[in-house]
Design a protein around this ligand. Structure first.
Ligand code: HEM
Length: 530
């Protein structure tokens, strides 16, 4: 009996691994795969600088091509605007991949807005039955949207300015304790600052930095294999693994427990305020607590849903924003002239008082620079999707198949993995021109950027994705970056140490890594402006 079950399981596994190998996708061109185990994944995610291979593949094969994943599974890399719009518009056809869904469910829970969607891709041998639908995602977004609207975000610059000044004090203290001109690692303190900004900007609450430490670490060969195997591992085994006593898993469990305790405290204290009749709060916490107390089923949020949204927002918004500011300071350190131009602009256009929305919008050089950072250093370079049913992907430009046909659309089979190539879209020559790979803030001033027909919500960038799952916090992030960057540039100059050897690695988001030490860090020479 045992041998029958074993043979059936192996047969099923082999079938699953080989499924799709002879479909239409076999005609889509792409780079040769150097390994059956890793496919092209090592080139994709372990490149010394993110995109070393990917951007060349895009140049050679165009905006839709095929790469091989682990164990021979094909995936489609997509940066074609028409295809992207189609993929991002309908979460019922293109859901997050089963690998991502399982990780999110174990790390946060199945009520987080990252998790809820339509049908689940069901070609995985252990596919899950999810008791929620796309309607739950829409309901959660509708409840949360007012706390991320332009009207609410307009109130945030003073909060972000306070956060920036705490960071400035922190850097002053570090500077006093070290010889002048010595490099200072700014990476981790930026993460603490963006955690403060999210806590105060969404809940008027200071999240304890010492407790909620970032998990940023880079990817490894083992991580690639683990990612590929996750959809195949039974849930009980996955849960048991996450409780293994390794440093990373302990930190993960601790963060989860803290997030749940913080949510409890927040709910209780804000409920008290509301019961006392103060309904004036418009921040995310007030919006969520009011929804939890609501009698109207369309606008109601259960306690479980409430407690999983706060950690989701922190996870989504802390690292992405901190890394973007880190890359901005790195580029300023590389471009001393542009840095001085931005500093002059801030000195003449921003008073020492509270910056308003329109003051921030009027900073031409700072905004051009920020857009270029968001374009070149898209925080999340790839987002995975999986088709929940057979469909046809439209293309804005025809591609030539390996059999020589010119095609304007690609048939997609249920279960197909799609990589939404965010960073590649932002660097595509057909969208941004021949100098797309260069870091060039002036393109935003001289009118060299595409107008209209945007895929993403801001400046035609895909950095915040687009469609139904567009980043809910994109306005929050833009305002936060504008305020924190302008205060840091006003108070400090930034220069690269002589032996600087920073690489751009991918963890989940893209992080600066010092090549000689292998550590996630960004040492810069930071000097007070007198
Ligand atoms: C530069 C900073 C940021 C970048 C580059 C960024 C990027 C993204 C991207 C690409 C997604 C889509 C992920 C996917 O579907 O695979 C996303 C979703 C999300 N982001 Fe952001 N984000 C940033 C800042 C923020 C901030 C500050 C917040 C909150 C305060 C936030 C909250 C969220 C949430 C809750 C989602 C999930 C939306 C949903 O599934 O409906 N993000 N973000």
């Amino acid at each position: 009996m045992e041998s029958i079950v074993l043979t059936a399981a192996i047969g099923f596994g082999v079938l699953w691994l080989w499924s799709g190998r002879f479909g239409f996708l076999s005609k889509i061109p792409g780079p040769p795969s150097p390994s059956w185990i890793y496919g092209n994944m090592r080139e994709l995610v372990l490149a010394e600088n993110y995109g070393d291979y990917e951007f060349k593949w895009q140049e050679k094969y165009g905006m839709v091509y095929k790469v091989r994943g682990c164990f021979g599974k094909d995936r489609l890399m997509v940066s074609d605007p028409a295809a992207l719009k189609y993929i991002l518009s309908d979460t019922a056809i293109f859901a997050r991949s089963d690998q991502q869904q399982r990780v999110v469910r174990e790390l946060i829970g199945e009520k987080t807005m990252f998790y809820v969607h339509g049908k689940f891709p069901s070609n995985s041998p252990f596919f899950l039955l999810i008791p929620v639908t796309g309607a739950d995602h829409r309901r959660l977004r509708n409840i949360m949207n007012p706390a991320f609207s332009a009207t609410y975000i307009r109130a945030l610059p003073p909060i972000f300015k306070k956060v920036a000044h705490r960071l400035i004090e922190n850097w002053d203290t570090v500077q006093e304790s070290q010889p002048s001109g010595e490099p200072m690692d700014i990476f981790h303190s930026l993460h603490d600052a963006t955690l403060d900004a999210i806590g105060e900007g969404t809940c008027h609450y200071m999240i304890d930095n010492a407790l909620f430490r970032t998990l940023a670490s880079t990817r490894s060969k083992l991580g690639i294999i683990t990612d590929a195997l996750i959809p195949l591992v039974p849930t009980f085994l996955l849960r048991a693994t996450l409780h293994l006593p390794t440093q990373a898993f302990r930190l993960l469990q601790k963060n989860k427990a803290i997030a749940s305790r913080v949510s409890d405290d927040l709910l209780k204290s804000r409920m008290e305020t509301l019961k006392m009749g103060d309904e004036s709060g418009r921040d995310l916490l007030s919006v969520l607590v009011k929804a939890n107390m609501s009698d109207n089923s369309a606008g109601r949020m259960t306690y479980e849903e409430f407690s999983q949204q706060i950690p989701s927002v922190v996870i989504a918004g802390q690292e992405t924003t901190a890394n973007t500011i880190a890359w901005a300071l790195y580029e300023l350190a590389k471009n001393p002239e542009y840095q001085e131009q931005v500093r002059q602009e801030i000195a003449t256009k921003l008073t020492a008082g509270e910056p308003s929305f329109s003051d921030l919008d009027g900073l031409i050089y700072l905004n051009a620079f920020m857009k270029e950072v968001l374009r070149v250093y898209a925080g999340l370079p790839i987002s995975e999707r999986q088709a929940t049913r057979d469909t046809v992907l439209p293309l804005s430009q025809p591609i030539i198949t390996t059999t020589g046909e010119s095609i304007n659309e690609i048939p997609i089979e249920k279960g197909q993995h799609i990589a939404v190539a965010i960073s590649a879209y932002n660097k595509s020559a057909s969208v941004w021109g021949e100098d797309a790979l260069e870091f060039k803030p002036s393109r935003w001033i001289n009118g060299g950027v595409p107008a209209g027909n945007a895929v993403g919500p801001y400046a035609n960038l895909l950095t915040f994705l687009g469609g139904a799952r567009v980043c809910i916090g994109w306005r929050f992030a833009i305002t936060e970056i504008q305020v924190i960057l302008s205060e840091l540039i006003r108070h400090f100059t930034f220069a690269l140490p002589q032996d600087s050897d920073i690489c751009c690695n991918v963890a989940l988001t893209i992080v600066p890594v010092t090549k000689s030490t292998g550590s996630t860090s960004l040492p810069l020479i930071v000097t007070r402006v007198e």
